[in-house]
Design a protein around this ligand. Structure first.
Ligand SMILES: Cc1ncc(COP(=O)(O)O)c(C=O)c1O
Length: 473
């Protein structure tokens, strides 16, 4: 325990920054470099984004673009919005946050608890779509009298606050012994600002990125780590990266699959007593790789952006993890036991292929239906579930003209099961699940209603097989 004398703040905003570093004790590889983590959930609004939120507001006040009685508007997957809502409460502004629909219920409740108005919008839309988070927030800011768009993606106050605070804090807290910084990038503000400062001291900067994120060279398909990486909608015409992200700041990138990230999140809670979000798990998973490589003379610091408390319904919910194929049920038979071993690999046809091209793929294909997917330049054999837009069969294309895109003829998106779900529980879940039940040609034969309905089998959040419901036993 430290001193009994804590500070007295003039407002909660004095508590932003100066977060502790904590040494990891049990999950660091033997012979690896020590890994210390920057506990950014210790900020009063609960995340690293308090720093950027406060800095952007103070800067806007100073420049006279945010005036008394004004309204702070931002597009945010949650934490920047929460930080801004907290700052708005203290400094007397209204606050409107535009958030993607997939944002966890806990984050949305927090925004409302701080008094912010929350506008939900679909998350997986092309960048040019007026419903895109940034486009909608920009419009609302323009239409709101006294509205000011914080613009974390383009506002230099975002990275600058990390150059001024996060970087120097880490350098001082490690006594100048840090050799590697590991951080994820959403807007890129944290890694850009912190990285620039620590680069001046010769520290190696490592970006941690979800495996399919565009930042690290992935195909841009959806992943299950909130608030970091860069998703690309296939219909986006011009892929815009945040202006504040200096992608040259990282000496290298560690691309981490979601399974490794989420298993690290669980280990951090159970073996280190650190309840953190998935972007923190991503950073630590990358830091453990760096530690093994750097050896005992290194000192790795990973930035842990937020707490796991706002993800209890996701990353810490066993049912959520199991149905997505990240975790095995405690008792079998598991779905994969019932299905038997086979090489993962999903035969697909892109939605932009012609009907005739799809017919050629169907020729000789033996599955219950052929998944139609978002067009992506990839040779992937596994697919992110939101990228599966529906399915077709030879029968469903009967009499259809051959030259149009097959996507317009796809039936409903199939239901999905995790490969480690208990098979009986999965069957029961599907029988109460209407998704796929109305699939054309899916009913009426075999062991019962719907036994021919297509079902995706997921491993670590990605579809690896398509089977029929009857195959599950
Ligand atoms: C949980 C979480 N992790 C990581 C980040 C990424 O931080 P930055 O925008 O500074 O790159 C954010 C940003 O909102 C976040 O909310």
């Amino acid at each position: 325990m430290g001193s009994i004398e804590g500070p007295v703040y003039t407002s909660v905003l004095d508590g932003v920054g100066a977060t502790p570093l904590v040494r990891l004790n049990r999950i660091v590889p033997a012979g690896g470099a020590p890994v210390w983590v920057k506990t950014e959930w210790a900020n009063p609004g609960g995340s690293v984004k308090d720093r950027a939120a406060l800095a952007m507001v103070l800067d806007a006040e100073q420049r006279g673009v945010l005036r008394p009685g004004g309204t702070i508007v931002e597009g945010s997957s949650g934490n920047t919005g929460i930080g801004l809502a907290m700052v708005a409460a203290v400094r007397g502004y209204a606050c409107i946050v535009v958030a993607p629909e997939r944002t966890t219920a806990e984050k949305i409740a927090l925004l409302r608890a701080y008094g912010a108005e929350v506008v939900l919008t679909p998350g997986l839309v092309p960048r040019e779509d007026p419903r895109h988070v940034v486009n909608l927030a920009t419009r609302i800011a323009e239409e709101t009298p006294g509205g000011w768009l914080a613009d974390q993606y383009g506002n230099p106050a975002n990275p600058d606050v990390h150059t001024a605070t996060t970087g120097p804090e880490i350098w001082a807290q490690t006594g100048g012994r840090i050799t590697h910084l590991v951080a994820g990038a959403g807007t890129g503000g944290t890694i850009t600002g912190t990285g620039h400062h620590l680069h001046e001291h010769g520290v190696t900067v490592v970006a941690a990125d979800p495996e399919t994120s565009r930042y690290g060279g992935g195909d841009g398909s959806p992943y299950n780590v909130e608030a970091v990486g860069h998703y690309l909608h296939p219909l986006t015409e011009q892929d815009v990266w945040p202006a504040v992200y200096d992608t040259g700041v990282a000496d290298r990138t560690e691309r981490v699959p979601d399974g490794e990230t989420l298993r690290t999140v669980r280990r951090l809670a159970r073996e280190e007593g650190l309840l953190v979000g998935a972007s923190a798990g991503l950073a630590v998973a990358a830091a453990l790789r760096v530690s093994a490589e750097a050896g005992p003379d290194g000192l790795v610091v990973a930035v842990l952006p937020d707490s796991g408390r706002i993800y209890l319904s996701k990353y810490f919910d066993d049912a959520w993890l199991t149905t997505l194929g990240f975790l095995d049920a405690p008792e079998g038979p598991l779905v994969r036991d019932v299905l038997g071993a086979s090489e993962p690999g999903l035969t697909v046809v892109p939605a932009t292929a012609t009907v005739d091209e799809a017919r050629a793929v169907l020729d000789g294909y033996t599955g219950p239906a052929l998944p139609v997917v978002q067009p992506r330049a990839t040779s992937a054999t596994t697919w992110a579930v939101p990228d599966v837009v529906g399915t077709i069969t030879a029968a469903s294309l009967d009499g259809v003209r051959g030259d149009g895109p097959v996507g317009t003829h796809a039936g409903p998106v199939p239901a999905a099961v995790g490969h480690g779900e208990n098979a009986d529980a999965a069957r029961e879940r599907l029988s109460g699940n209407e998704s796929g039940a109305g699939f054309a040609g899916g009913c009426g034969s075999g062991a019962g209603p719907g036994s021919e309905d297509p079902v995706l089998v997921l491993v670590d959040g990605r579809a690896v097989h398509l089977v029929s419901r009857g195959d599950l036993g």
